[in-house]
Design a protein around this ligand. Sequence first.
Ligand SMILES: [Zn+2]
Length: 136
Amino acid sequence: MIVNGAGGCFENRFYELNITDAWNMTLQTLNDMGVQVDSWDEENHLVQFHNVKKQMQIVIRQIDEETIEVAMDSRGKRLLIYCWHKENKEVEMFFEFFENRLHDFRAYVICPTCGRQISAFASICPDCGQKILHVK
Ligand SMILES: [Zn+2]
């Protein structure tokens, strides 16, 4: 669900993902975005951050055994009462970067020597030391 409001935006998306991996990926994504982190609460999976214009937060919740929810809220530092153009730039950017990371996280190849599943970005198999050639 995406909600655009005066100077702000809320969006939540659902993923089949371990909550600890989602949390780590979220912190890496914030690093990619170059925002300033104000506080993070590892126990409740809540992180608050900002850039020049927006105050933002993300919370991750366990929905069921396999599903987590990632919800992001952003609002302008000043309330733009007469301005209704979309303010979803940061929210869109977060989910785009997050999903790129998720895609990389899930990408794997099979080592031709030992048959182990390894990251598609690995250059050497961690099990047998086989060099992995990537077809571009
Ligand atoms: Zn191997």
